[in-house]
Design a protein around this ligand. Sequence first.
Ligand SMILES: Cc1cc2nc3c(=O)[nH]c(=O)nc-3n(C[C@H](O)[C@H](O)[C@H](O)COP(=O)(O)OP(=O)(O)OC[C@H]3O[C@@H](n4cnc5c(N)ncnc54)[C@H](O)[C@@H]3O)c2cc1C
Ligand code: FES
Length: 259
Amino acid sequence: MEQLQNVYKVIDNEQLCPQFWRLTFDAPALTKTILPGQFIHIRTNEVSLEPFFRRPFSVYRVQKYVEIFYEPIGPGTRLLALKKKGDLLDVLGPLGTPFVMPPEACKQVLMVAGGIGIAPMLILSDVLRKKKLELILLYGGRSRGHVYPMQEFKDNGVKVYIATDDGSIGAKGWVSTLFDKIPTSSRTTFIYTCGPNAMMKAVQAFAARAGLRGQAACEEVMACGLGACLGCSIPTTKGYKTVCCDGPALNLDEVIFHA
Ligand SMILES: Cc1cc2nc3c(=O)[nH]c(=O)nc-3n(C[C@H](O)[C@H](O)[C@H](O)COP(=O)(O)OP(=O)(O)OC[C@H]3O[C@@H](n4cnc5c(N)ncnc54)[C@H](O)[C@@H]3O)c2cc1C
Ligand code: FES
């Protein structure tokens, strides 16, 4: 797959809720190539080498422009939050292995996301809505500040269920408290998950109990993003795999989550 390093113009950068932001940029080369589950590697500082490494981001949506959804939690993401319309963004991508599509027999897709793990799910639902499947999103956030309206999901026909750790919105508790609300079938349900390792470990256990197959969009701190440094290697039942090249999307039952 062709990998492109390019400089694109920022179209918009808005805060959607207390914790999360959405940055939109004009990247015609990316809109034609990127697939759900892939990521882009962004140089967050245009004028100095601090932070030195690019930062990886899932693609949230691709329409006329490309959107990422992010949480300012450190130097790189805080610099991203300062970007204004017309600023330039140095982007490498698309990178990584996308999600596999559900098998033919699938009728129901369960997307289970925690916090910023929601990021790869909207572009996924944009693709899956064309397949006429029942789409369900189980979303878990720490509190109300981690929840935004998610109208784009609802517009895609996705049924959205929310849980927060403190119960300030939705059900109280971890997103795993929502599992029992959804009747699933080992023949016709497929799972996609992204979020903290502890959450994905719980999703993996639920999938194993219910006999469900699925994929996990894994995250690990990255340097090169290109498979050269092996810094993003994670253990799987098939040996170590790099999140940046073998993943981010890996089979849910293969990943050994360190939570
Ligand atoms: C494939 C992939 C896709 C991602 N997609 C998104 C996204 O769509 N939106 C988003 O907000 N973030 C996403 N991330 C995480 C994002 O890359 C980090 O939040 C970012 O690199 C933090 O950079 P920083 O300089 O702001 O903070 P740093 O100071 O670099 O990090 C802040 C804290 O977060 C921890 N951290 C950094 N990266 C990760 C990681 N990958 N996994 C777990 N902990 C980490 C650090 O150890 C530190 O404690 C993704 C990561 C990967 C690997
Ligand atoms: S970040 Fe270098 S191999 Fe993945």
